[in-house]
Design a protein around this ligand. Structure first.
Ligand SMILES: *Cc1c(COP(=O)(O)O)cnc(C)c1O
Length: 361
């Protein structure tokens, strides 16, 4: 067996310990004679798995009791619609912060349901920074304020939660959730597709303050109503049982590691090392993002001479470093270094980057 280092943005690397545990339990889960894939979601085995996963996630993020945790499908992209459908609550406008490709998609979708006020944007800087809170022009009539704490494609991240006072703050945390501790109380709603920092694709986590539920837009499909999902324990229909189970294994892995404080320390160290390698390359490698908002999770970089991109990627693959090609919209390279990317993966990448540069003279 060979495990290579997978820097893909999503679906992304999972902890080896989690994969091994899943393999061990694959055909006969804990003497049940069944795989988790084959279980009734309403049976006591899966109910136990589901409840434990939620408990562990609540522990990790210190989620207060007045927040519901939903295990849904449709990815973060479905949330682009579900958020306005559920959170407009009779209002006709919402504030959005535009920091890149994912914000733009959220804005476009919300525009189908309400008047979107783009309260701040970093488009003028080509999304190489995030707009400081002082520049946001929030609308007092807005139902909520939506932002993207980590832009997976651009590699820009808010390292502090913006203060929006009593406004309902909504965050697309797809590529940063569980990378560090956060104060859930600062948010009305947090959502994340699982395939970056949680588990396999097919699962979407929503954490939502209970008092925001129950005022869904008329005509909202049943499956898109948070209140119905919450009242049914995310089992109004068949949930993605296997993805839910593997997410639970990831939560256990994080707890064993020491929780979010421990992983944050590791993540910061990993990111700093990689940025230091880029910054000390005399311009051979370049990351365009302003230092104070560089992402801990997604590190885009370009080569001084784009004609070398193919050779870089080919050599990387031969060195066991996979999926480093940048997003098609920006080109260059991108190293996604989520929780499950071991520090040795970063060291191997840095070693390769130095060697490649030296070879070019
Ligand atoms: C990947 C990603 C999405 C889209 O997620 P899907 O689960 O594929 O819908 C949305 N927002 C952010 C920040 C992402 O990283």
């Amino acid at each position: 067996m060979t495990r290579l280092f997978n820097f893909g943005a999503g679906p992304a690397v999972l902890p080896l310990a989690v994969l091994e545990r899943a393999r061990e339990e694959l055909v006969d889960w804990h003497g049940s004679g069944m795989s988790v894939m084959e279980m009734s979601h309403r049976g006591k085995e899966f109910m136990g798995i589901a409840e434990k996963a939620e408990r562990d996630l609540r522990d990790l993020l210190a989620i207060p009791a007045e927040y519901k945790v939903l295990f849904l499908q449709g990815g973060a992209s479905a949330q682009f619609a579900m958020v306005p459908m559920n959170l407009l609550r009779g209002k006709s406008t919402a504030d959005y912060i535009n920091t890149g490709e994912w914000s733009k998609k959220a804005i476009k979708e919300a525009g189908k349901f309400c008047r979107v006020n783009v309260a701040a944007s970093s488009e003028a800087s080509k999304f190489t920074t995030v707009p400081v809170r002082g520049e946001w022009r929030l609308n007092p009539d807005a139902a909520y304020v939506h932002y993207t704490p980590n832009e997976t494609i651009g590699g820009v991240e808010f390292h502090d939660v913006p203060d929006v006072g009593q406004a309902v703050l909504v965050a697309d945390m797809s590529s940063t959730i569980l990378s560090r501790p956060i104060d859930v109380r600062r948010f009305g709603l947090i959502y994340a597709g699982a395939q970056k920092n949680i588990g396999p694709a097919g699962l979407t986590i929503v954490i939502v303050r209970e008092d925001l539920l129950g005022q869904t837009l008329a005509g909202t499909p049943t499956m898109f109503d948070y209140k119905i999902q919450a009242d049914n324990g995310s089992m109004y229909n068949t949930p993605p049982v296997y993805a839910w189970y593997v997410a639970g294994l990831v939560f256990e892995w994080l707890k064993d590691l020491g929780g979010l404080r421990a992983i944050a320390e590791i993540n910061l160290r990993k990111a700093e090392k990689l940025y230091a390698c880029i910054d000390s390359s005399d311009g051979f490698y370049r990351n365009p993002v302003e230092r104070k908002c560089r992402s801990w999770m997604n590190v885009p970089f370009t080569l001084l001479d784009p004609a070398l991109d193919d050779a870089f990627l080919k050599g990387a693959k031969a060195a066991g470093l996979l999926q480093l090609k940048g997003h098609r919209s920006v080109g260059g390279m991108r190293a996604s270094i989520y929780n499950a990317m071991p520090e040795e993966g970063i060291d191997a990448l840095i070693h390769y980057m130095r060697e490649f540069r030296n070879k070019q003279g």
